[in-house]
Design a protein around this ligand. Structure first.
Ligand code: BDP
Length: 720
């Protein structure tokens, strides 16, 4: 009897542990989880609307769409999706008017034409008096995008009757930039090593490559630059090009084009030429032949991304030529193949005795209009370098005759790397929605880069990837939301941060509102929280030296002044901040008069940019009525305290998340809180040495003294 009782207990415990392990989840599936919808009624409803699949084409792209639907429907609804050969009630009809006679018979041309080569249409309709859902487009890849959109409706449990969705991307080239080296280290990568396993390519096609392509297609990303902007010319040799071809072949069905970074000195390094001068005929011929070779492996190769004459990279200026000379030479080499050159404007030189924030504008503005038609100038969102907050880059309001491409950083180099939860959509939106006033009010950065303001034909947006070979892809599970939101905003910059967070959370975790509400708020607040504990009120570039991890406002006396912190905060016994008004560097003059007027006066300058543009006395009164010193302290403490609240909020949703993912985020929030307090204490103590004022009453005292924080110098920070 006793034995039986014991065995019943054992079986019970075993079952529970099985259940728990089956709930455990390492995050590999991203937002494409397709777990059974628990609500039987909802399942029934979706089943009635997905009774079969009528799809006539069988291109690799349509096959990918079919496979995705089959996998998703059987997961979400617990039943296989059968192929239909005829219209039955509730059938899904997929295809283009070219490959599907049923779709052709619906005469959708007037609706399809405006959607271009990538847009899609999802329609609830009746065919032969039978209810059907049609997913169609002008191209197979449009159908694939539509398929992912349809699946999102199921995953986020939306109504799927009466659908009349038409969607087309607002920006043409939506591209990830991988800063991945050929030895598989990733510059500023915090999620392990590179996902490109060059050693085993071309013969070994890791399942990850396909899952990567699926994930990108699901959010409309249509290009990937495989290699670091600090480029290695070897990628352009035959040994590597055959590997590049293998990746391109794997990605092609998903509409994902491959691009490479071009090292400007490649003609010397791998071509044995004496020069890389862009005007030298031999150099031109070398690149033309090289391009032809690349296209012989990858016929739909996208083109080159180039970092030139920046941070020690070679470029046209080595030969007395300018950026347009360099970009145009490469552009000519690939123009007849339809390739593009993305030429980066991230240039600054410590030998130039001018505010670093001004230098890109100074170099590029005079070149407006002198680039070839297939060149995009790729500009970082702000004029310094992916700081937690920067004003928009002044070039966005200054190059009406040159297509400008946005460069955001998805990897969190300056945003707590992969230990901090920071949802970046609000950062991206802040830049996209910023008004350049270049053609009067409403000339937003988004309208510049989507081409609508200056009628650019060629448009683009890039995100520096946060992807590595960690099981969960991005190191921090919530880093996935940044990959996701980049793709969604690249497709449609007008989407709200809130809507994107909602979609991502529903697909990644659950549709339960008791989970969604608090965690969505947590995400939406997270970026401002980080700004507060790192760089409040317009402070910038005060992080640890070189690895950029942790606080380092005391960094000075390095090989380059523009890589120190004191260059940027300019704290003295009188005050703090970088004067970029006419009494200082006058970087403000690079913006339109409306902005100059507003930002030039500390009283009207948005407080979030106060110390970006102004050097102010410690006793300067800010909007809250506090002194500047008091406000700086207040923000640092508030930021750190908010991370404590994030940690508590996460604790309240435990019931909705599997143990593995719950604990992953929980442990990282513990780390984030420690780091936020580290930033707070280090910065407040350091700035106090200038302000000479006490930490306001009511705020807890730092546990260590300043020397302790200054002596912290972690040695092996990833991504460095
Ligand atoms: C900086 C990074 C550096 C990059 C550089 C760039 O610290 O690793 O190479 O940007 O964008 O943010 O070229």
């Amino acid at each position: 009897m006793k034995f039986r009782f014991l065995s019943v207990i054992l079986v019970f415990l075993f079952t529970i542990s099985l259940r728990l392990t089956s709930f455990a989840d390492d995050g590999y599936r991203l937002w494409q989880r397709y777990d059974l919808i628990k609500d039987a009624q909802k399942r029934q409803y979706y089943q009635e609307n997905t009774t079969g699949l009528l799809m006539e084409g069988n291109s690799p792209t349509l096959t990918a769409a079919r496979q995705e639907l089959e996998m998703a429907i059987s997961g979400l609804l617990g039943k296989p999706l059968r192929s239909s050969t005829a219209i039955a009630s509730g059938v899904l009809v997929l295809g283009t008017p070219q490959n599907s006679p049923v779709i052709k018979s619906l005469n959708l041309a007037s609706k399809l034409v405006p959607l271009g080569s990538e847009g899609f249409l999802i329609l609830s309709t009746t065919v032969n008096n039978k209810k059907a859902t049609v997913i169609t487009a002008n191209s197979d890849v449009g159908v694939l995008y539509g398929t992912f959109h349809f699946l999102k409706l199921l995953q986020t449990q939306q109504d799927i009757n009466n659908l009349a969705i038409s969607s087309a991307p607002k920006i043409k080239n939506r591209i990830l930039n991988h800063w991945d080296n050929l030895d598989r280290t990733v510059e500023r990568g915090y999620a392990g090593f590179s996902i490109w396993d060059w050693h085993r390519l071309p013969d070994y096609i890791d399942q990850r490559y396909l899952d990567y392509a699926r994930a990108n297609a699901s959010i409309g990303i249509n290009g990937t630059v495989l290699t670091n902007v600090n480029a290695n010319a070897l990628i352009l040799t035959k040994d590597y090009l055959i590997k590049v071809k293998a990746l391109a072949d794997a990605f092609r069905p998903y509409g994902l084009k491959v691009y490479l970074t071009a090292r400007f000195s490649a003609p010397i390094e791998i071509g044995k030429l004496k020069t890389a001068d862009p005007l030298d005929p031999e150099v031109k011929t070398w690149w033309k032949n090289k391009a032809a070779e690349v296209y012989s492996y990858v016929p739909d190769f996208g083109g080159f991304l180039v970092k030139a004459n920046s941070e020690g990279q070679p470029g046209p200026q080595n030969y007395g030529r300018n950026h347009a000379d360099g970009a145009n030479m490469l552009a000519d080499a690939i123009a007849d193949k339809g390739g593009i050159v993305m030429w980066r404007a991230f240039v600054y030189d410590n030998k130039v005795p001018d505010d670093r924030a001004k230098q890109a504008f100074t170099e590029f503005k005079p070149l407006d209009g002198s680039f070839r038609k297939n060149v995009l100038v790729q500009v970082k969102n702000g004029p310094i370098d992916f700081q937690p907050r920067e004003p928009f880059h002044p070039l966005f309001g200054a190059m009406p005759k040159t297509p400008l491409m946005m460069e955001f950083q998805i990897t969190q180099e300056y945003l707590g790397q992969a230990t901090n939860l920071v949802y970046q959509a609000p950062l991206y939106k802040e830049t996209l929605d910023a008004d350049t006033y270049v053609k009067g009010a409403g000339s937003t950065v988004a309208k510049v880069i989507d081409g609508s303001l200056h009628h650019y034909q060629l448009t683009g947006i890039a995100g520096v990837s946060n992807i590595g070979n960690d099981r969960n892809w991005t190191g921090h599970l919530f880093g996935q939301a940044n990959w996701y939101c980049f793709g969604r905003l690249a497709w449609d910059p007008t989407l709200s941060s809130e809507k994107i967070a909602d979609e991502w959370l529903r697909m990644t975790f659950t549709n339960e509102t008791a989970f969604l509400n608090p965690i969505k708020n947590l995400m939406l607040q997270s970026r401002e929280t980080l700004v507060n504990y790192m760089t409040p009120l317009g402070l910038h570039h005060i992080m640890g030296y070189s690895h950029h991890y942790g606080p380092g406002p005391w960094i000075k006396d390095k090989q380059r002044a523009d890589w120190t912190s004191v260059y940027y905060h300019k704290a003295t016994a009188e005050g703090i901040g970088f004067d970029r008004t006419p009494t200082g560097s006058n970087a403000l003059a690079q913006y339109s008069p409306a902005i100059q007027q507003k930002f030039g006066n500390p009283q009207t300058c948005p407080e979030e940019f106060l110390l970006w543009f102004h050097h102010l006395k410690w006793d300067y009164k800010v909007k809250s009525g506090r002194t500047l010193w008091g406000e700086i302290c207040q923000r640092y403490y508030q930021g750190a305290a908010e991370v404590g609240k994030m940690r508590q909020t996460w604790q309240t949703i435990q019931a909705f998340v599997d143990a593995e993912r719950f604990n992953h985020v929980k442990m990282l929030l513990n780390i984030q809180e420690k780091e936020a307090r580290w930033w707070r204490d280090a910065c407040v103590l350091y700035f106090q040495t200038f302000s000479g004022r006490p930490i306001p009453a009511g705020l807890e005292k730092p546990t260590q003294n300043l020397d302790y924080y200054v002596s912290q110098d972690p040695k092996f920070v990833p991504g460095n």
